[in-house]
Structure formats: C-alpha cells, structure tokens
Design a protein around this ligand. Structure first.
Ligand code: NAD
Length: 360
C-alpha cells in the first residue's frame, strides 16, 4: 500500500460521508490503506473517551488522517476532540480553500481563494481573566503600572499572543502551499496599523519570508479592507494568510461565498501530522437516511491528496465532483434549486456518479 491513513468516521452523518470519501479516494487507484479509528460520541459510548489513546496513536503513526464530523456530547467535562487533536499533533495551520463550483447556489461566481489561518496562538491562546476576579485585578494593576493607557477595574482581559516563530511558520506554510499548488500570490492579512507590536511583528515576519519566495507575488491588507475587497474584487486575491481570529472569520466568509457548509473542505496541518475534515457538523437529523451531501468530505480527501503530494489524483477527484455538481442530475437535495428530496440523489447515488465521472 502506498499510504497508510487514519480514517475517523465520526458521528451522525459522519460514517456516510466518510464512506463516500473513502470510495472516491479508493477509485484514484493510489492504494490507500485505511486505519479506521473512533473518536467523538461513538468513541465515548464504546470506549469511555471522546479521543481514545489508540486513535491519537494511529494519527501519530500514520501522520495523516481523514476525520468525519463529531457530535459534541451534551453536558460539561468532555474534552474537545478538535482542541485535543490540535494540541497533541501541534496542528498549527488551518487550510480552508474556497472554490466556486458551477451548479452550487451563490451570489458570487469564479471564486478561487485559499485561507490559511494560524491555529495555535493570536487571540485564541485561552489566556483570559474574568471581570471582578483577583487575577484580573492583578493583571490590570500590572498593566496600569506600565502603560500610558489605563484599564478600568471592571474589565475582563483576554491576552493576544503573536510570536515570530509561529508567524514565520504559518507564512512559510502559505508560500510552500502556493508553490506546490501552482498559486500566484500570497496576501498577509493583519491590523498592524492599530496593533503595531503584535500584528506589526506578524507583518514583518511575513515580509521577510516573502523575500525568500521571489516566484510568488506578495502583498498585505488590513483585515477590514480585506473583507471589503473580497466582496468587491475577489479575483484580485489568491492565497490569504493571517493570525487566528481573522482566519476564523475570513475562512467562514469565503466558505459562504462559494456555497457554504455542504461544499467546504478543510485541513489542519502540523509537524507531527495532518487531519482533513469537512467544516460541517454531524447533522444528526439527516443521519442514517442516505441524504447527506458528501461533497465537503470528498473535497477534504482531495486536499489530503494534495498534502501527500498527489496533485494529479487530487485534480481528478475535484474535477469529477465539479462535473457531477455542474450536471445537477445526481446531486443531494441541498444542491438542488428546489431542495426537493424526492427528486434528489442520495449520498451513495451522488458518490457513485462521482466515481463514474473519475473514469470518464
Ligand atoms: P451541522 O453542520 O451539523 O448542521 C447545520 C445545518 O447544515 C443542518 O441544517 C444540516 O442539516 C445541514 N448540513 C450540514 N452538513 C450537511 C451535509 N453534509 N449535507 C446536507 N446538509 C448538511 O451543525 P449543527 O447542527 O450546529 O451541529 C450538529 C452537531 O455537530 C453538534 O453536536 C455540533 O457540536 C457538531 N459539530 C461538529 C463539527 C466537527 O466535528 N468538526 C463542526 C460543527 C459542528
């Protein structure tokens, strides 16, 4: 077998859309050996843990995984599978391509963007001090001693952390991705005009990395202006790289521009592994009905192939998906203008059509 890949089917519609992705990736003929493991509610019920050690060990061993959506167990005290995976595998890069597909309803057309988000620091370090606590008061006092701008005693505090190492690493990833995938330009997105130190540092590191990639164009945009420009002239942009919070928001913005949940793939990449997944959840009301749209999961599989260096196979998968959606005959209900489930293909029917299109 050429590749050993951890497959986590997940919960709700997860097993159905994961099975669809597996069938399509098998049809590439690459010979992927699937190491099927549990996580999420399914794992909690059978093994008492939402992220069992054997699943993590499999991901660490294989260094690449394809993950279905998980149902978040009701009640507190459960560790988050996504946070657990991010920490254990150091998944610092969140990769979110947004490409228009003919046949998918959207007010935008011909979008072809890639959002690369720093996943581990920025505004999401989790370092927070609640209003009215002793810790918050101590932090406020320490800041007021050192800062000309004073903070009132009733404030809650969240700490934003930007480091040169992690800024360099995410921008390097963006340029390497651009080069490996034939992209023409990288744009660094920031707010360095206001956050001169934290975002200023990010921007300086981005500029330094860009000098080492003379074959890829580079520019930068302030995040609010970036949002407006994406609405007005998205064709001017290509790969966008940014700190955590901006990436969280802009990646959903771009997903919305190309048709939303059903068609949006993603990847989380780190030095010790990479996990690819659809951005949608487990959609429990559709589970077991053979009606979920498998596109996002299949396109996540294609992203995984690109990560493995199998660009040609990835293009075959993406081409077949695009062909089936454009034809509009063998698509799930959510891709039909009338959203009529009686006229729609099921998950398996759409998957079979995609596999057939790969051979054509
Ligand atoms: P959801 O994404 O599961 O569903 C939102 C809406 O989109 C629903 O109406 C659903 O019918 C529709 N939808 C989503 N994916 C679809 C698909 N492939 N085909 C057709 N329709 C689809 O979000 P939710 O309802 O807020 O969450 C359900 C569960 O999933 C929750 O337990 C939530 O915590 C979890 N969740 C998990 C992930 C993940 O594992 N990455 C992400 C988001 C939500």
């Amino acid at each position: 077998m050429a590749y050993q890949v951890t497959l986590i089917p997940g919960d709700g519609i997860g097993p159905e859309v994961s099975d669809a992705a597996r069938r399509v990736l098998d049809a590439t003929g690459l010979g992927i050996a699937w190491d099927v493991r549990e996580a999420g509610l399914t794992a909690l019920e059978s093994q008492g843990d939402v992220l069992p050690g054997e699943t993590l060990a499999s991901l660490k061993r294989n260094k690449v995984g394809l993950k279905g959506p998980m149902t978040t167990p009701i009640g507190s005290g459960f560790r988050s599978v996504n946070v657990g995976l991010r920490q254990a595998l150091g998944l610092y890069a969140n990769l979110r391509p947004g490409k228009s597909l003919a046949g998918v309803q959207s007010v935008f057309h011909d979008i072809d963007l890639v959002v690369i988000r720093e996943n581990l620091e920025g505004m999401y370090t989790g370092i927070e001090f609640d209003a009215g606590t002793t810790e918050a008061a101590e932090v406020i006092d320490a800041i007021n001693e050192r800062s000309a701008t004073k903070i009132g005693p009733s404030a809650a505090i969240s700490i934003k952390v930007i480091t040169p190492e992690n800024s360099r690493r995410i921008v390097e990833y963006a340029f390497a991705y651009a080069r490996a995938n034939g992209r023409r330009q990288v744009t660094a997105v920031h707010k360095a005009n206001i956050m001169k130190f934290a975002d200023g540092l990010f921007l300086r590191e981005a500029q330094a990395v860009a000098e080492r990639y003379p074959d890829i164009a580079f520019n930068d945009r302030i995040v609010d202006n970036m949002c407006m420009q994406l609405m007005q002239k998205p064709q001017d942009y290509d790969v966008l790289v940014m700190p955590n919070l901006y990436g969280d928001i802009l990646s959903d913005l771009v997903a919305g521009m190309v048709g939303g949940l059903g068609v949006a793939p993603s990847g989380n990449i780190g030095p010790d592994g990479a996990v690819f997944e659809a951005i949608h959840g487990s959609a429990p009301s559709h589970a077991g009905k053979n009606e979920a749209n498998p596109t996002a999961m299949i396109l996540s599989g294609a992203l995984m192939l690109r990560h493995l260096g199998e660009r040609e196979a990835a293009e075959r998968v993406e081409g077949a998906v695009a062909e089936v959606i454009a034809a509009g005959r063998d698509v799930t209900y959510d891709l039909r203008p009338d959203r009529d489930p009686r006229k729609a293909a099921g998950t398996t029917g759409m998957t079979e059509a995609i596999v057939a299109a790969m051979g054509s």
